[in-house]
Design a protein around this ligand. Structure first.
Ligand code: AMP
Length: 215
């Protein structure tokens, strides 16, 4: 299965992607995670991406598309993948279509996680990530770790993403509305869009998503 997850920052894309990818036995490919890994490894790509990310802006397509393509060409993604955070604008969506078509492949579904703006801000403000593994995600109120500041899964230190500050979140939401939301219509026109509510418990949202994808 080849699936794209869309939704505003704080909709729980990363959390849902981790569960869905496990259930569907396909790799979870997050361009945000790839950028953060490049930044912590001090790569040239990471250095180029950092200022855009810190400002809450999109990293330019010429950096992002190549990085996403390289990852999708890895052997583990041969039979499917779950894209989280890519595409984030119409030109990335078109580039993805071209990439897949060249390989005789196509997307199976685009899962849109819907959540209202107030909830998004609350979710992001309390979000904490593990320094060892970006996919270990907690929330001070909604999914607190057993010990404050410590990852339940691996014992790593929890931290708040630099771009999760209120000011940057507002910018990221604006970027979402102006640049990312148009891909919803793009995929609706292709008959690929499946919209579910991202409200409620993590397990309930995963169940809802799996049911929607089966259809
Ligand atoms: P995320 O972890 O998906 O919230 O992404 C964090 C940040 O990485 C975003 O605010 C962007 O600055 C950058 N980013 C991630 N994916 C993309 C993409 N597909 N296109 C451009 N920038 C991206």
């Amino acid at each position: 299965m080849r699936i794209v997850l869309v939704g505003p920052p704080g909709a729980g894309k990363g959390t849902q992607a981790a569960y869905l990818a496990k259930n569907l036995a396909i790799p979870h490919i997050s361009t945000g995670d790839l950028f953060r890994a490049n930044i912590s490894q001090g790569t040239e790509l990471g250095k180029r991406a950092k200022a855009y990310m810190d400002a809450g802006d999109l990293v330019p397509d010429e950096i992002t598309i190549g990085m996403a393509k390289d990852r999708m060409e890895q052997p583990d993604a041969e039979n499917g993948f779950l894209l989280d955070g890519f595409p984030r604008n119409v030109s990335q969506a078109e580039a993805l279509d071209v990439m897949l078509k060249a390989e005789g492949m196509k997307l199976d579904a685009v899962l849109d996680l819907e959540v209202e703006e107030d909830e998004v801000v609350k979710r992001i403000a309390g979000r904490r990530l593990c320094r060892n593994e970006d996919k270990h995600v907690f929330h001070v109120a909604y999914a607190p770790p057993k010990t404050e500041g410590v990852c339940d899964i691996c014992g790593g230190e929890l931290y708040q993403r630099g771009d999760d500050s209120e000011e940057t979140v507002r910018r990221r939401l604006e970027v979402y509305h102006t640049q990312t939301e148009p891909i919803i219509d793009y995929y609706k026109a292709q008959g690929l869009l499946v919209t579910i509510s991202a409200l409620g418990k993590v397990d309930d949202v995963t169940r809802r998503a799996m049911e929607a994808l089966k259809k």
